[in-house]
Design a protein around this ligand. Structure first.
Ligand SMILES: Nc1nc2c(ncn2[C@@H]2O[C@H](COP(=O)(O)OP(=O)(O)OP(=O)(O)O)[C@@H](O)[C@H]2O)c(=O)[nH]1
Ligand SMILES: [Mg+2]
Length: 330
């Protein structure tokens, strides 16, 4: 059920009001219980936007590249654009929120652009639900493109590639060590490499290294092998606005390739299925195990089993049997 106030909010949102958009994202971020019903109403209107993830080590220039892409696409008048910048909230980049705002400032007054910085990731280091739902809100708002900026350190690149259609990995000549650390994951997941700060020395070398790695480890490129997509390695300078056209073109070309192969729609269905599965899991977990020791409908039973030294598999099987037994009685 959607209450009156929420109904008004949806109406304003349907008219494209940016304040309504901001409000919805705030509700998502606060995990407000009213958001669920609102989200379901919006969900039918999502699926149109091209979702582009930009990830890479801290300070590589992701926000600066996003700003340049915004400029490029808005000058070409290619429709609304949404940006969700997930704040790293990590020790090495304090004050990123302000930084993101400033670096994307060239589009702040543009009614066709909506930029939102969001706090952090969830407790497990993954992308918070709210940032993905914020992308959905912007999609429903009518954005042609939704850009998701995240600092990539480990599993985050994987998640970005799961929730986005096209993953751009932004590196800079000084990030050689990070490239080594993230190598396997990067090669597997990136659809486009942007080597930023090419106004500084080292860009050519990094590009050559990456090309070589891509050549050597083509076995890693599972998804792309299916697609036959060879990730371009592009050298750009966000500071000088150089190479941005080629980057924007590569991103758009990847979308066209997804559409040509019928993957655009398929990915959306699978993404929604994954979302529902995650919601079911979270709901069941909360119901049966709550959030503390002994909590939830099965929490005590679990504790008793542990006290009795019951084997984990046997105990799990017994708890599952209890759940399905209950379901049968209904
Ligand atoms: N020389 C040079 N500096 C750049 C370029 N692009 C960005 N920078 C600088 O690099 C620093 C980081 O840029 P950001 O765009 O904030 O990088 P980021 O990857 O978004 O950073 P985090 O979100 O904090 O991880 C800033 O001082 C920018 O001015 C570039 O093309 N050339
Ligand atoms: Mg940034």
């Amino acid at each position: 059920m959607v209450e009156r106030a929420e109904g008004d909010l949806l109406e304003r949102f349907a008219r494209g009001e940016r304040t309504a958009c901001a409000r919805l994202i705030t509700l998502a971020e606060a995990r407000d219980p009213r958001f669920a019903a609102l989200y379901d109403r919006l969900a039918a209107r999502t699926g149109h936007a091209h979702r582009v993830g930009l990830t890479g080590p801290p300070g590589a220039g992701k926000s600066s590249v996003v700003d340049q892409l915004l400029r490029h696409w808005r000058e070409a008048d290619l429709g609304k654009i949404g940006v969700v910048a997930v704040d790293p909230s990590s020790p090495f980049s304090g004050g990123a929120l302000l930084g993101d705002r400033v670096r994307m400032s060239s589009r702040l007054g543009d009614p066709q652009v909506f930029i939102r910085s969001m706090a952090s990731r969830d407790a497990h280091g993954g992308l918070a639900h709210a940032s993905v739902e914020a992308c959905d809100v912007l999609d429903a708002w009518g954005a042609e493109r939704v850009l998701l900026e995240t600092v990539g350190v480990g599993q985050v690149e994987y998640e970005v590639s799961r929730v986005c259609d096209t993953t751009v990995v932004v590196l800079h000549p000084g990030s050689g060590d990070s490239v080594q650390a993230m190598k396997a994951g990067l090669l597997e997941l990136a659809h486009v490499f942007a080597i930023n700060k090419d106004d500084q020395p080292g860009g050519e070398r990094l590009a050559a290294d990456l090309e070589e790695m891509l050549e050597l480890r083509s076995d890693l490129v599972r998804e792309r092998a299916l697609l036959g997509w060879k990730p371009p390695v592009l050298r750009v300078s966000a500071r000088e606005g150089r190479g941005i056209d080629a980057l924007a073109n590569a991103i758009d070309a990847h979308r066209r390739e997804l559409e040509r192969q019928g993957a655009f729609a398929e990915v959306r269905r699978e993404r929604r299925a994954a979302h529902v599965r995650a919601l079911v899991e979270a709901t069941l977990h909360a119901r049966f195990f709550g959030s503390g020791r002994g909590a939830g409908e099965l929490g005590e039973e679990l504790e008793r089993g542990l006290d009795a030294g019951e084997g984990p598999y046997a105990l799990a099987a017994r708890l599952c049997a209890r759940i399905s037994g209950e379901e049968q009685q209904r």
